[in-house]
Design a protein around this ligand. Sequence first.
Ligand SMILES: [Zn+2]
Length: 135
Amino acid sequence: MAAPPRNPFNPPLAEGVRRYGFRKWYERELLSSHAHLLLTLLCAIALIGMLEVFHGGSLGEKLLDVLLFIASAAIGLWSLRRYLYLLMHAEEVANQANCPACGAYARFEVVDEDRRRGRTGVRCRACRHEWSIES
Ligand SMILES: [Zn+2]
């Protein structure tokens, strides 16, 4: 999976864990993904509304309606894709957040990061075991 573009709301795992801790990072990823789902739903409502008003109106109004329809569809598809990406990514990382040695969940610190391979090296705070999280 391609690395997401850098933005202040969804930092990569290593940066997010250093800045907020894993639980907060995970929470932010889920909140952000559900905000995109909400945007997708609003776009779907806008599309239905535009179909309703398409009947009647002048040629210029119909043309504007078609342009807005295309824009809403594009934004809706983008936000749906972003929703699915953020959700799947957060779940994929959360499934690897248990320490393989002692089973402690989300109690780790970042030791190194290989962004090209999407691999983050982490160390358990309970037993000091090291493993890597792929994302
Ligand atoms: Zn451990």
